[in-house]
Design a protein around this ligand. Sequence first.
Ligand SMILES: *Cc1c(COP(=O)(O)O)cnc(C)c1O
Length: 246
Amino acid sequence: MNNDIINNINFIQNRINKACELHGRNPKEVKLLLATKTVSADNIKIALQHGYPLIAENKIQELKEKYTDLQSTPHINHFIGNLQSNKIKELLRYDVVCLQSLDRLELAEKLHQRLLSENKTIEALIQVNTSAEESKFGVDPKLTIDLVQKIAKLETIKIKGLMTIGLFSSETEKVRACFRLLKNLQQQIIALDIPNVEMNELSMGMSGDLEVAIEEGATIVRVGTAIFGQRIYPDSYYWDENGARS
Ligand SMILES: *Cc1c(COP(=O)(O)O)cnc(C)c1O
């Protein structure tokens, strides 16, 4: 198992390096984020000790369960799942540095109130639904700029960029269109020069489509199964409205 994880990480890093080389990008600009849902703390530690400190959970429950075990191994926690407002307190308790899945004003306002009362700040990416699939989370692309402008006024939330889950399709050009849309929104937002908003990060691309994402400008690729193996839960358990409520 140890070797599998390490070999898989090396393999993914090679894919990242090759994609960067092919598209004139510096591999140092592309961070590999480990999507650790359903992965045990012991297996996560193998990856952390191999030099990959950026990890993310989808559910607060899992963040909580692994928290103590991971404390002795330096790492950076992002959160990539749909967050219910009643879980904000816990998100902050477990040292999440960046919420990559911020997609609505109501959640941002509650988060801001809590951050104020704890005298803290948090980084955030705005999650955009670039595939127009109803089941997926994320703000409608057409409403993204407005949302960024509103969240920018909440000074405890430091917007660092955008995140998306691309369309699951074997048709590369359809997947590419999702990533291009995110890049395009990033450019439009940069042009607006909004106070309290940075737009350096584009979190897009996963096990199956990271090369296209890198070609289109990804700075963070999020990989789970290609490193840790297949999960027992279907992805709908983590991504769909229905799955999230069950
Ligand atoms: C699980 C997950 C990933 C990684 O997906 P894999 O197919 O396991 O590589 C990326 N992003 C999000 C939001 C996820 O939930």
